[in-house]
Design a protein around this ligand. Structure first.
Ligand SMILES: CCCCC/C=C\C/C=C\C/C=C\C/C=C\CCCC(=O)SCCNC(=O)CCNC(=O)[C@H](O)C(C)(C)COP(=O)(O)OP(=O)(O)OC[C@H]1O[C@@H](n2cnc3c(N)ncnc32)[C@H](O)[C@@H]1OP(=O)(O)O
Length: 194
């Protein structure tokens, strides 16, 4: 069984997403948006280390290999970890729109159990945009990009200003992020080239 709540139905007047002209080329790896991110950061030892790649249009593919530290039941991935992998992949789509956005709603179907050691092949796309609201969906497959779907999600991301992070994040991490030249470049890119 699966279903989508009314909040995830794009309203009348929603438009198709537009890929930003400076979005990374199809096939290009995006790299982590923040080193400490639990989803994609390389400095996060127990994180998912999810690697996302730009696709055609406003789409992303990503891979994540389930490790022993990601277990829920013995030998199986924790559902919350799988939801994180979907959330991270969906969040990466915003880089192709050159929009800063946070997850407002994430609905996940867990279709089959996912064993430790499995590489999840994720694919996500933005389906519609309405003002600050970005509607998207994702699937996760095992056994290759054409393997069976084991998880899927639909989501609503809400566009925010960079102040969202500065106002709400803990001071230490915000300061460290501001001191990271690469991070500043990214934030600037968002602000100069929205
Ligand atoms: C200097 C350092 C800066 C460093 C920054 C570095 C990098 C930043 C760049 C990128 C990072 C981003 C993504 C990375 C990739 C993946 C990571 C995964 C993404 C996440 O994991 S991110 C964490 C989880 N996420 C949150 O932590 C959000 C907490 N939350 C809030 O912060 C507020 O809740 C917010 C902002 C969402 C809205 O608040 P708000 O006041 O701005 O706007 P408002 O409430 O008016 O909503 C506007 C319209 O959205 C509708 N709406 C809102 N929420 C809805 C919901 N849940 N369901 C259905 N509709 C909803 C309303 O109904 C209204 O609709 P309408 O306009 O039609 O009335």
């Amino acid at each position: 069984m699966s279903g989508t709540s009314a909040a995830l139905e794009p309203p009348v007047g929603a438009t198709k997403p537009v890929r930003h002209p400076d979005a990374p080329a199809p096939g290009e790896l995006l790299g982590p948006h923040y080193g400490e991110c639990f989803g994609c950061g390389g400095d996060q030892p127990h994180g998912l280390h999810l690697a996302a790649r730009a696709g055609e249009g406003v789409s992303i593919t990503a891979e994540f290999t389930v490790r022993p530290e990601h277990q829920g039941a013995p030998g199986l991935a924790h559902g919350g970890v799988l939801a994180t992998a979907l959330d991270e992949t969906l969040g990466s789509l915003n880089w192709l729109l050159r929009t800063i956005a946070v997850t407002g709603r994430l609905e996940t179907d867990f279709v089959r159990p996912v064993p430790v050691g499995t590489t999840l092949q994720l694919a996500a796309e933005v389906t519609a945009v309405a003002g600050r609201k970005i509607y998207s969906r994702a699937t996760g497959r095992i056994g290759g990009p054409d393997g069976p779907v084991v998880v899927r999600a639909e989501a609503l991301f809400i566009e925010v200003e960079v102040d969202h992070f500065i106002d709400h994040g803990r001071k230490e991490e915000i300061q460290a992020a501001m001191n990271d030249p690469d991070q500043i470049r990214r934030v600037r890119a968002f602000e100069v080239n929205p």
